[in-house]
Design a protein around this ligand. Structure first.
Ligand SMILES: C[S@@+](CC[C@H](N)C(=O)[O-])C[C@H]1O[C@@H](n2cnc3c(N)ncnc32)[C@H](O)[C@@H]1O
Length: 298
């Protein structure tokens, strides 16, 4: 594992087969929370009786279900669950998945949600912090600090840090893909502007790991664990991403979802053909895993 500040992420230790086993039981979607396995295995995060757990940006509830699987049976009844999510269709899925008596589903964005839910013991925001604008991330950390009770924990994972994106993923996957997206759009008469500017915009949105640590410290937290871990994805993972509304809105904000998905997916297939890749070939993503704690006296 690589501690904060190291230049290169760790060599993959977990296999794609292991990753692929993490599928949502209802939809059969690969969800991939592999990097968090280490955090739970090390005991840095464990669920206790009386925990109030808030899963922010919970999507349709995959992350909530995954987290619940780490609660020992004997403690299950005494843990309170809140899952918040700004997309209303996802929020409805959370209600259907768990039942409103088991998980309180809130249709709110991250900042509003942590303002509403006070005295939680653990806040998770998995695979989503990069979707907030930089100023919103800072506000989210501040509000999460206020929201947590003493010694409460904030746990974040994000595949979009400048270290991760600058290195292997940027070079081998994202850059070739984005270049193909611009070409594909042009061939369909869609002007996406300047490719270089487009790539710069993506870069500006991602923070370095150091920046995350600094903002976490500035918000008053103590960082307990900060590492870049490999998420052993394959190209199939990127196929799913190419159809994902959030990704398409972010990378092609001026286009309708359907058109953006067609361009992203076609460009991905052309990139793969050019690189001689098939769906099962590895295409790793590096993920920042962060556990921060609110000090007892705060
Ligand atoms: C890649 S999904 C991850 C979902 C879930 N946490 C998981 O790991 O399966 C990112 C989620 O962040 C949510 N999101 C986007 N902007 C957000 C915001 N401002 N506040 C809270 N969630 C947001 C999206 O709606 C989406 O559900």
């Amino acid at each position: 594992m690589v501690e904060l500040g190291s230049a290169r992420p760790k060599i993959p230790r977990l296999s794609y087969e292991y990753f692929a086993k993490q599928v949502d039981q209802k939809t059969n979607e690969a969800v991939g929370f592999v990097p968090l396995e280490d955090v739970f295995a090390s005991g840095r995060v464990c669920f206790s009786e009386g925990d109030v757990v808030h899963d922010v940006g919970a999507g349709p509830g995959y992350s909530t279900e995954y987290l619940q699987s780490y609660v020992p049976d004997c403690k299950k009844k005494s843990v309170i669950w809140i899952a918040s999510e700004p997309t209303s269709s996802n929020c409805e899925q959370i209600k259907t998945r768990f039942g409103e008596e088991n998980v309180c589903a809130l249709n709110l964005d991250a900042i509003e949600a942590v303002k509403v839910v006070r005295y939680s013991t653990k806040i998770f925001f998995l695979n989503g912090i990069h979707m907030l604008e930089p100023a919103e991330r800072i506000e989210f950390f501040r509000q999460s600090f206020e929201s947590l009770g003493p010694r409460g924990q904030l746990v974040i994972t994000s595949a979009f840090t400048s270290e991760a994106v600058d290195e292997q993923v940027q070079r081998d996957v994202l850059n070739p893909w984005m270049i193909a997206v611009f070409r594909e759009a042009k061939s369909r008469g869609v002007d996406l502007g300047d490719l270089k500017e487009g790539l710069e915009i993506v870069k500006k949105q991602v923070w370095s790991i150091d920046r995350y640590r600094q903002e976490i410290l500035d918000a008053g937290f103590q960082p307990d664990f900060f590492e870049t871990l490999d998420m052993p994805c394959n190209w199939e993972t990127y196929r799913r991403i190419s159809h994902y509304e959030g990704w398409n809105q972010r990378t092609l904000p001026d286009l309708k979802d359907r058109q953006a998905a067609v361009i992203n997916f076609t460009a991905l297939k052309k990139t793969m053909r050019r690189l001689g890749k098939s769906w099962n070939d590895p295409a790793p993503r590096n993920t920042l895993v962060m556990v921060a704690r609110k000090p007892k006296a705060a």
